[in-house]
Unconditional design. Structure first.
Length: 101
């Protein structure tokens, strides 16, 4: 996946665009992704799914969501991909089809 700059925010913007495009064209997109992250984390808050993913990746919090230190940015991206893989695998197992279908 190419998003221009290695950035958690660029990645989440890309995924939001993917989700909206898929939904508009009859796909499932990231349906239930937010709820899945909340269940994975074990609690909810007022953050949208990117914030939920950050809570999982950076359980000790962060100072500035728009300016993460490089090591936090790398961890957030790594964990986001791991979470996406796990979410897709669970969706495929539930529906018996590939996630991208």
């Amino acid at each position: 996946m190419f998003v221009g700059k290695t950035s958690f925010h660029m990645l989440t913007a890309f995924l939001t665009g993917y989700d909206q495009h898929a939904l508009r064209h009859g796909g499932r997109g990231l349906t239930s992704w937010h709820d899945w992250l909340v269940a994975c984390r074990g609690r909810d808050c007022n953050h949208a799914w990117p914030g939920q993913a950050l809570h999982i990746a950076l359980p000790n919090g962060w100072d500035d969501i728009w300016n993460l230190p490089p090591e936090d940015e790398q961890r957030a991206i790594k964990v986001l991909f791991e979470l996406l893989d796990e979410f897709a695998a669970e969706c495929e197992a539930e529906q018996g089809t590939r996630f991208s279908d």
